[in-house]
Design a binder for this molecule. Structure first.
Ligand SMILES: NC(=O)c1ccc[n+]([C@@H]2O[C@H](COP(=O)([O-])OP(=O)(O)OC[C@H]3O[C@@H](n4cnc5c(N)ncnc54)[C@H](OP(=O)(O)O)[C@@H]3O)[C@@H](O)[C@H]2O)c1
Length: 307
């Protein structure tokens, strides 16, 4: 019998790369997708074949383009003849760079109109539309497979679709509204697809990571270290906040921890339609553990006559 097949979009880096490694370690054949990182993708594929003896198909595709997500799923199915797990992971932040490569960050109400449109289009075309299309075609092919099993008088095997979403689907950030919109939009895709897949043994869920140490979070934060003058990365800022008690687990996440959760969540036949945070408890904050901080800040502002 052939091995289970797992497709992971954006698996040339970060969480996606850790996820293909996790599935390969469990004996799955892999469809590994990259956009700009062809060399990285080939190196990962080589290593997975060597370490685990599984088949790895690398497919370059810009999933922000209309037809690309459909082709990616079709190519995977044409090559392996089956699709057991589809993970939509590719994603970008909405932050745009200027001509010198510096990230441009505006507060919402101060954002120029062109910039406002560009950042929303950039992030929705991949994070929402790309993921939506990838899930649609995966669900269709999975239902076809299940129907063939039903026609043959067998129970359909468990198959699964997982979105790597984010706690940003609800956590507010006024400079990253498009990113939050893209992830919040996926919540409705999860629910709709879960209803259609259920009768065929297909589960559909979203895994919502908190802050994870990957290239997406190693960009400059705009905040300088007071002692060295060197700018902190976003990951360093959140790691310090975690250390200071902003979340129960006092560090940011590792890609391997999200990958382990992705494997678990795609192997639970009775869990579907769920939006699950794997975030070290970040979403428990609600301001409460920071009461001392906020109190001190309130006192400081009152002393300065501010409201
Ligand atoms: N890191 C975090 O703190 C965090 C938290 C919550 C959610 N997430 C989500 O986790 C997912 C993975 O992010 P990451 O942190 O692992 O970031 P990452 O290391 O930057 O990886 C992003 C992946 O997406 C791919 N990608 C980018 N543009 C693409 C396009 N147009 N078409 C196809 N693939 C494209 C990249 O491929 P190439 O490198 O080959 O271009 C790369 O493999 C994203 O959906 C992100 O929103 C991350």
């Amino acid at each position: 019998m052939s091995r289970p097949v797992c497709l992971v979009s954006g698996s040339s880096s970060g969480i996606g790369a850790a996820t293909v490694a996790e599935f390969a370690a469990h004996g799955c054949d892999i469809a590994l997708n990259y956009n700009s990182g062809r060399e990285r993708a080939e190196a990962i594929a080589l290593e997975l074949r060597r370490q685990h003896g599984v088949e790895v198909l690398t497919i370059g595709a810009d999933l922000a383009q209309r037809e690309a997500p459909f082709h990616l799923v079709d190519q995977t199915f044409a090559h392996f003849g089956r699709l057991d797990v589809a993970i939509s992971n590719s994603g970008v932040s909405n932050l745009l760079r200027d001509a010198r490569g510096k990230v441009v960050r505006y507060r919402f109400h101060e954002t120029p109109i062109d910039h406002l449109d560009q950042e929303m289009e950039r992030v929705l075309s991949l994070n929402l539309l790309g993921a939506y299309r990838l899930a649609q075609r995966s669900l269709k092919l999975m239902i076809d497979q299940a129907q063939r099993e039903l026609d043959a008088g067998a129970q359909p095997a468990h198959r699964s679709i997982l979105f790597i979403s984010s706690i940003s689907d609800v956590a507010p950030d006024s400079t990253r509204i498009p990113y939050g919109v893209s992830k919040a939009g996926l919540n409705h895709v999860v629910a709709g697809a879960a209803f259609e897949g259920g009768a065929y043994g297909i589960t559909v869920n979203a895994l919502r990571p908190g802050v994870v140490d990957t290239p997406i979070t190693t960009r400059p934060s705009g905040i300088a270290n007071e002692e060295t003058g060197k700018e902190y990365t976003v990951a360093e800022i959140y790691d310090l906040m975690a250390l200071g008690g902003s979340q129960p687990i006092r560090r940011i996440g590792k890609p391997e921890e999200i990958a382990a959760a992705a494997y678990a969540f795609t192997h639970l036949p009775y869990m579907t339609g769920q939006l699950i945070a794997v975030d070290g408890g970040f979403t428990l904050i609600n301001g409460f553990p920071n009461r001392e901080l906020f109190f001190q800040e309130g006192l400081r502002r009152r002393r300065q006559g501010q409201r």
